[in-house]
Design a protein around this ligand. Structure first.
Ligand SMILES: NC(=O)c1ccc[n+]([C@@H]2O[C@H](COP(=O)([O-])OP(=O)(O)OC[C@H]3O[C@@H](n4cnc5c(N)ncnc54)[C@H](O)[C@@H]3O)[C@@H](O)[C@H]2O)c1
Length: 396
């Protein structure tokens, strides 16, 4: 009907902790999606959500999914619950965006994929750095063919992942904790996206170098793609050095990291064990305030997830503060980017995929393939063997 407003996608957020505090600022007036409600087992988290966003919060994901006024669910509950909550949402006919890692095992991924396919709903592997404009721009230059094929990718990140307040399960590898499960998907998504997606084999080493934490705090890996490209991936999360020193000070949010986020700090004692839920919730509150208060676009650069440098046959590509640099025989060219930040891209992708009746990207098969690489890094570190991969899918 002429003049009729388009129906917005009504999204519920399951799990109202730290991850949700990065998702919720994406719900802005005028967007083609809206915040329908939330779900959390914690009464305190539910109250905080309803007070702040004025939307109802339910005590279980099942209740949220039973609502007729919810079309899709963003799952940001702990890793061990991603499968259960994806299946619950799919069976209730809701589209799913699920946080990384997709799940803890490949078998769980299969069940999630099947549940969504059986229900005819979309599954989007959410919160991926490949939505960010610099990654899309790097891929575009590669696809143009002007630099020839990709030869090597170097991706590194150094941060304080293990020095942030974490609940006990987040520090338990058997529950999907530790840095390989939690941060591996980001850096692996980046190199798979740039390298074409199809990793042939992996040799990795992960380790536990902080005696206070019995989970991975670092890893290194060499990935070989079926097209001959290689990727070296390094992550260190012990908090003695921050990669933003190498990226013009710019971090994951696109903001220059100053003051509180720079470390190590003499006045801040190192953490030596898990946090209690109240302390973890304070992080969500803090991040929520930061996200809401500092949204002005002109204060922000493009987001950096560490340092990624891509060597091609005829040139090199890396991120610049506000775009990407392309280095060729002719010199350095800058491609400026002015796209949005945050989780709006994922939501936009889901809206678009539903409207055009096409699969969303990255889908469950992509999420499973990225998890396969993360698991291979840990397995290869245990037995010293190169792992050949079986579940890889190409980048579109
Ligand atoms: N911490 C981060 O910076 C971050 C960022 C992005 C994504 N993630 C991902 O998001 C997920 C959650 O991580 P987090 O750091 O936000 O954890 P969190 O502990 O801060 O939040 C999880 C929330 O889920 C709730 N919850 C637990 N069991 C539930 C259940 N059965 N039903 C409903 N709610 C339940 C908890 O009460 C809590 O509020 C993980 O998959 C993680 O990998 C985390």
């Amino acid at each position: 009907m002429a003049g009729k407003a388009k129906k917005q996608l009504r999204v519920g957020v399951a799990g109202l902790g730290v991850a949700s505090s990065q998702v919720l600022p994406a719900f802005r007036p005028g967007a083609p999606y809206l915040l329908a409600g939330g779900a959390d087992t914690s009464a305190e988290a539910r109250k905080g959500f309803t007070d702040r966003y004025g939307r109802p919060a339910y005590a279980s994901v099942r209740e949220l999914c039973a609502r007729d006024d919810v079309d899709a669910v963003w799952i940001s509950t702990p890793n061990t619950l991603h499968m259960e909550h994806t299946i619950t949402a799919a069976r209730a006919g809701k589209h799913v965006i699920c946080e990384k890692p997709m799940a803890v095992t490949l078998q769980q991924c299969d069940r999630m994929i099947r549940a969504c396919e059986d229900a005819g709903v979309h599954y989007l592997q959410g919160h991926s750095k490949i939505y960010q404009a610099p990654m899309k721009a790097i891929r575009k230059v590669i696809k143009s063919g002007r630099l020839g094929r990709v030869v090597q990718i170097h991706a590194a990140n150094f941060n304080d992942w293990l020095q942030r307040p974490r609940l006990a399960p987040e520090l338990d590898t058997t529950k999907g904790g530790g840095i390989v499960y939690r941060q591996g998907p980001h850096i692996i998504d980046i190199v798979r996206f740039i390298g074409g997606g199809m990793v042939d084999n992996v040799r990795g080493v992960s380790g536990r170098a902080d005696r206070h934490f019995d989970t991975e705090g670092h890893f290194s890996a060499l990935l070989e793609f079926d097209n001959g490209a290689t990727a070296t991936v390094t992550f260190n999360g012990y908090g003695y050095f921050d990669v933003t020193e190498l990226t013009w000070g710019i971090g994951e949010s696109g903001r220059v990291q100053t003051g509180a986020r720079s470390f190590p700090r003499a006045d801040k004692p190192r953490l030596t064990g898990p946090a209690n839920p109240a302390r973890k919730r304070a992080v969500a509150q803090d991040r929520g305030d930061h996200g809401a208060g500092a949204a002005a676009k002109d204060e922000r650069h493009q987001p950096f997830f560490g340092l990624s440098v891509v060597f091609c046959e005829k040139g090199v590509i890396r991120q610049a503060p506000d775009g990407i640099y392309v280095y060729t025989q002719k010199g350095r060219e800058e491609i400026s980017l002015n796209e949005g930040h945050g989780r709006s891209q994922e939501l936009q992708e889901l809206v678009d995929a539903i409207a055009r009746k096409r699969p969303a990207f990255p889908d469950g098969h992509w999420g499973k393939a990225t998890l396969e690489v993360c698991l291979a890094i840990m397995q290869s570190g245990r037995d010293g063997k190169v792992r050949r991969l079986k579940h890889q899918v190409p980048a579109p």
